[in-house]
Design a protein around this ligand. Structure first.
Ligand code: MRU
Length: 366
């Protein structure tokens, strides 16, 4: 995507077997800065502290974390240690495990002397594959949006509600939920996006709004609880969200609050789509509610809020009374029955086991 006329991915290497550069997402939307990841520990901490975030980008960063580890030490013990360090960084997004398994699978049978180059090549392939997958999701999603627009009485604009940031910043490029939106906008379709602010970390207000603004896509940020009201008044034509892990049966884990949007959508007859890259499918899990680990993050994210003061300084202030207990569940699970369709890189499918298995037999076998 373009920022001030220059094309950026969210993550790249400057040179063969070199350091990794990432956009520091903890500084957006106030500052556009990059950060250098020069070691396994840098990569692991970037994921933990959400310098990089979003399921596909977590996977790509972890893959490069393996490469950075192999650059320092490439024996079997180092390979095990790198995998074990990275897999602990965030529990819900399954792209992390998928990417680590891919890289480890390639390296395990190689002599240590060949592992560094192979790890960089594998990480680059994962990053490139992510871009291609998201572009394909964009094309399939665009067809969905075109159909919705054709069916809309009175024509556009098509109002799409999204939650969290499943955009360019959550992936290597394009985004998942935003790819169809960018393609529709670029094709001249009238689209407008309702952006849930997405407390507590405000990925919608901070990141999605920043991205859409840079791309010129009309959008409006709304507080998290507004979506139901908008749907009751016919102001949402479709919901499109991303996912951190989708089960073999089509249950969808995504940012906390997604489930409530799906309920409101069902009550109001609004289609609820999930943009789903295949590395986010966990074919080993059937029951999302029982089996997907839900990350619980630090209470600080709820008790405090950050923003830019009038004088330009970034300030963090407390908004909850001292000593008040808080809960900070980062994700929830939307049951498959509430999902209208999964927009994958191979097309739109219903959220159920048979459809996913038929579309991705190659992933199923792994
Ligand atoms: O906690 P985050 O910011 O990593 O959560 C991100 C989301 O929930 C996204 O919707 C999901 O990862 C899909 S990104 C294409």
């Amino acid at each position: 995507m373009n920022v001030d006329g220059q094309h950026y991915r969210t993550l790249w290497t400057e040179a063969h077997a070199g350091d990794v550069t990432a956009i520091d997402q903890t500084r957006l939307p106030h500052q556009f800065q990059t950060v250098t990841l020069g070691s396994l520990e840098d990569a692991a901490r970037a994921i933990e502290t959400m310098v990089v975030r979003g399921a596909p980008l977590i996977g790509a960063t972890a893959a490069y974390g393996m490469a950075l580890a192999m650059r320092d030490h490439a024996d079997d013990a180092a390979l095990r240690a790198a995998y074990d360090r990275l897999i602990r960084t965030r529990p819900t997004a399954v792209n992390l495990r998928w990417a680590l398994d891919e890289v480890r699978g390639i390296l395990a049978d190689l002599p240590p002397s060949a592992r560094c180059d192979a790890a960089y090549a594998a990480a680059a392939e994962i990053a490139d594959e992510d871009v291609a997958i998201n572009a394909a999701i964009g094309r399939h999603g665009l067809a969905v949006l075109e159909d919705l627009l054709r069916a809309k009485p009175g024509g556009g604009p098509l109002n799409i509600l999204t939650h969290c940031n499943a955009g360019w910043l959550a992936t290597v490029d394009w985004g998942t939920a935003t790819a169809p939106i960018y393609m529709a906008h670029d094709a001249g379709l009238p689209v407008h996006v309702w952006v849930d602010e997405t407390r507590p970390r405000n990925q919608g207000a901070f990141l999605t709004a920043w991205e859409l603004g840079h791309h010129g896509v009309p959008h409006t940020v709304v507080p998290d609880n507004t979506g139901g009201h908008l749907m009751q008044h016919g102001q949402v034509d479709a919901v499109i969200v991303g996912t951190d892990r989708t089960t073999a049966t089509g249950d969808v884990a995504n940012k906390i609050g997604t489930y409530l949007k799906a309920l409101a959508a069902r009550d109001n007859g609004v289609p609820f789509y999930v943009a789903l890259p295949s590395p986010t499918i966990d074919f080993s899990v059937g029951d999302g509610l029982a089996e997907i680990p839900i990350e619980q993050r630090h209470s600080f994210e709820v008790t405090h809020i950050s923003g830019r003061a009038e004088d330009g300084r970034i300030e963090t202030v407390r908004i909850v009374p001292d000593g008040t207990p808080v809960a900070n569940y980062a994700f929830d699970v939307t049951p498959a029955r509430l999902v209208t369709g999964l927009i994958t890189e191979r097309g739109l499918v219903p959220a159920n086991r048979d459809s996913l298995a038929a579309l991705f037999p190659d992933r199923l076998e792994k």
